[in-house]
Design a binder for this molecule. Sequence first.
Ligand SMILES: Nc1ncnc2c1ncn2[C@@H]1O[C@H](COP(=O)(O)OP(=O)(O)OP(=O)(O)O)[C@@H](O)[C@H]1O
Ligand SMILES: [Mg+2]
Length: 234
Amino acid sequence: MGEHTAYREASLRGLFITGTDTGVGKTEVACGLVRGHRARGLDVGAMKPAQSGHHPGELSDADRLRAAAGGTDAVELVCPYRLGAPLAPAVAARLEGKSLSLSVILEAARTLAARHAALVIEGAGGLMTPLTDRETFADLAVAFGLPVLVVARAGLGTVNHVALTCEALRARALVARGIVLNRTSRDHDPSEPHNAAEIERLTGVRVLATLPFEREQAARERLIAEELSREVQF
Ligand SMILES: Nc1ncnc2c1ncn2[C@@H]1O[C@H](COP(=O)(O)OP(=O)(O)OP(=O)(O)O)[C@@H](O)[C@H]1O
Ligand SMILES: [Mg+2]
């Protein structure tokens, strides 16, 4: 546990978005929620505290979140740490001879919080992804003190991954705001019709939506903005 775990940002309003893995749809959900709330008049800002392994020519998570939140915040505030290697932030930073600091991230969040009514903050990978040599994203979530939304795959294996993530949240007294299952593959999966109910039974946390496979990014964000964002108040 890191030195900042006892510290909570008492005044922050918003949501921390974690996943059961990398590539499960955190950025889609984060951008859709930000856009949906902003469309209904709530000035929501967005943050990706650390990102690693951005492909040249593609929009990074930070670029997408910044655009969803109106495009006026400095990139350095939206994403204080942008690392080259496609590795966990702590590992990528080590390779670059850098070290990440929770205080720098919290300071950027404070500045953004002063500019917006609420913040949506996307982690990297999952809850126990190493952020620094001493801290994981779970420690960052504790420091933010925000409710946590868990994004997970819709198919086989997700019940176990979601249950483990919910246990890790509970162990830290973090509030699980809900779970979003996301179909990242178009393949038929016989577990899908059962997974939401099984997850709710096992964890006691609500599954807010199961998102369909949708090839087009703009259409995915629109669907989340129009349908899911009403379910996720903060
Ligand atoms: N519902 C969906 N239908 C089709 N493709 C999807 C869907 N959701 C996500 N994808 C695709 O899956 C990939 C991973 O999504 P996304 O980038 O949101 O994951 P992530 O959890 O934010 O990953 P990271 O840990 O890298 O931040 C993206 O390439 C996206 O285009
Ligand atoms: Mg992402």
